[in-house]
Design a protein around this ligand. Structure first.
Ligand code: 13P
Ligand code: SF4
Length: 302
């Protein structure tokens, strides 16, 4: 089947089976175009929590599908490629978080949504890149163990007097983006606005005009027009921006800005997944019952 036929068939089967297709902003163009909704982690978690579909096809990575399942346990949540993981989420495990908790008994644990359900289950509240600063500020504790992204943790520290105790995790895709590459892009486009994701290294964040989640990048781009914008995040974002805010020009900050896991989802895998209603993502009920509190608390606070 070619892409046009696959697209038609996916839409037909999704309608027949009452399936909702959600795609993260880093998905490929053809996957974004077929989705019912595209968005950042927070936007997609909110949609997953409130809709009446029978099936959710999550075009993203494993922790996103896990979160959708925990927020909407009555639905079947499909991840078209079960190997689409997030290496940063794999950098934290529950035993080590519990050990750190013991070392800092007065600290609250704020966990980035890019984490496993097991880690969420031993945390106090979740956050995403879009609400991390607000969530930390909403917590009364003077000390915050921030898991697993050290770069997002260091970004949050800029806005609060609370002591952030960072976990030593990072996103390999954003960590690879260097200050030298950013300076080169700025020299080539001296008039451009620079927007970067808070998963970038602190020295990159220092040189950016805007530091935003992928959803907030869209809102920012829609608020201006006729500008050149250097985009310091995953390449899939360019399609999202061109579609949602076509009045600007977008320049990818560095050629290597690709998340190989996000790119594992293809139209063919979405089709197969819808037909077979697999692979289904589930979470152990005991873990889910504790982890979902952390997600729900985030949704209440943001
Ligand atoms: P957003 O929530 O900003 O879309 O980020 C998700 C992510 O995985 C970034 O690498
Ligand atoms: Fe994980 Fe980074 Fe890929 Fe986002 S871009 S899913 S943080 S590896």
């Amino acid at each position: 089947m070619d892409n046009a036929n696959l697209t038609q068939e996916i839409k037909r089967i999704a309608r027949e089976k009452s399936a909702l297709i959600l795609a993260h902003n880093y998905q490929t163009e053809d996957v974004q175009d077929i989705a019912d909704h595209t968005g950042d982690s927070l936007e997609l978690a909110r949609i997953a929590a409130r809709n009446d579909a029978r099936i959710i096809v999550f075009c993203g990575v494993h922790f996103m599908a896990e979160s959708a399942h925990m927020l909407s346990p009555e639905k079947t949540v499909l991840l078209p490629d079960p190997d689409a993981g997030c290496p940063m989420a794999d950098m934290a495990d529950a035993e080590d978080v519990l050990r750190l908790r013991d070392e800092h008994p007065d600290a609250a644990v704020v966990t980035y949504i890019n984490s496993s359900a097991a880690v969420k289950a031993v945390s106090d509240v979740c956050c995403t890149s879009s609400n991390a600063v607000a969530i930390v500020k909403a917590i009364a504790n003077d000390s915050i163990i921030f898991v697993p992204d050290r770069n997002l943790g260091s970004y949050v520290q800029r806005f609060t007097e609370q002591r952030i105790i960072p976990w030593n995790g990072f996103c390999p895709t954003h960590e690879r983006f260097t200050i030298e590459e950013l300076e080169r892009a700025k020299r080539r486009h001296p008039d451009a606005i620079v927007m970067v994701h808070p998963e970038c290294r602190p020295e990159v964040v220092d040189r950016a005009d805007e530091v935003l989640s992928t959803g907030k990048m869209v809102a920012f781009a829609q608020s201006i027009s006729g500008r050149n914008i250097i985009v310091g995040t995953e390449v899939g974002m360019l399609h999202k921006l061109k579609t949602a805010a076509p009045a600007n020009e977008y320049i990818l900050a560095a050629p290597g800005f690709v998340c190989p896991n996000m790119k594992k989802i293809t139209l063919k895998k979405i089709y197969d997944s819808l037909v077979s209603e697999s692979p289904i993502i589930t979470v152990d009920a005991d873990v889910a019952s504790r982890a979902v509190r952390c997600l729900e608390r985030m949704l209440e606070l943001s």
